[in-house]
Write a protein that binds this ligand. Structure first.
Ligand SMILES: [Zn+2]
Length: 263
């Protein structure tokens, strides 16, 4: 087996985005409102309650002085209630606030709250919705890509690599088509041909590799099942490229990309 860093945008088997942010906000600091001793105010801006909308009250976690506090705690029990007073211009997000069931008078309390918010308020992904491909995973290491995902990633690398000083014959012209006009010199058929050539070269290289090193059967391109390039009927500047390849574990792997051209 060999591995590589995962740079795919979507899982080829499920089409689910890779690196999608769960919008989990961790250990935000809060203080108890000094007047009612029950409502939490955001420590970074005590004029507001919850910094961001809470998406799912059941996912809220609270710690006081690093001790987790259950919703039903006899002293520090709390609930999530709506915050109708919070009106945020330019959003229709619904805000909530966290309220202790009983007054809590803590001296220098450290109250931390973890919860899931919505994309527009997410500090984890900076509202982008996805995390950087190379952001270390929770374990502190990079996410390795293996097996089918690796095959998909490798195939896309072959298709999208436009320059190689050492192996000029391994270059796919696809990238040089970007921004060009579809015309007699570049057609959707050319795009299809380039993708097919790149995948064929990859297949040949892997077969040569297989004679000197052991590859995971799931990572080896067996057949190029189909390659198509079609002009998007709704937008003639977009050529939709779809390919399906198979591996030696009997799986098929869909690949897809869109080439933007000028009209
Ligand atoms: Zn996020």
């Amino acid at each position: 087996m060999s591995y590589d860093w995962n740079v795919l945008a979507a899982d080829p088997m499920t089409n689910a985005p890779i690196g999608a942010c769960d919008h989990q906000q961790s250990f935000e600091r809060y203080v108890v409102n000094p007047y009612d001793h029950r409502t939490l105010n955001y420590a970074g801006n005590p004029a507001i309650n919850q910094r961001a909308p809470i998406n799912g009250a059941s996912a809220v976690q609270i710690w006081i002085s690093e001790e987790p506090i259950k919703v039903s705690d006899p002293i520090y029990g709390w609930q999530v209630v709506s915050d109708p007073d919070r009106v945020q211009v330019g959003t229709d997000a619904t805000f909530y606030k966290i309220v202790f069931n009983n007054p809590v008078r803590l001296v220098i309390p450290l109250i931390e709250v973890s919860y899931i918010t919505v994309q527009d308020y997410c500090l984890k992904c900076s509202t982008l919705g996805s995390l950087n491909d190379f952001k270390p995973a929770n374990t502190g290491s990079f996410i390795h890509v293996t097996q089918v995902n690796k095959l998909a990633q490798k195939a896309l690398k072959w298709v999208l690599t436009s320059q190689d000083a050492f192996y000029p014959t391994f270059v796919c012209l696809l990238k040089s088509y970007l921004g060009r006009k579809l015309s007699a010199t570049v057609s959707d058929t050319d795009i299809q041909t380039e993708v097919l050539n790149a995948l064929t070269t990859m297949q040949q290289v892997q077969q040569a590799q297989g004679t000197v090193q052991t590859l995971d059967p799931q990572e080896i391109l067996k057949n190029i099942v189909s390659v198509s390039a079609t002009i998007d009927p709704d937008d003639p500047t977009q050529v939709i490229v779809q390919a399906t390849i198979s591996n030696y574990s009997g799986q098929t792997v869909p690949l897809g990309l869109t080439v933007s051209i000028n009209t």
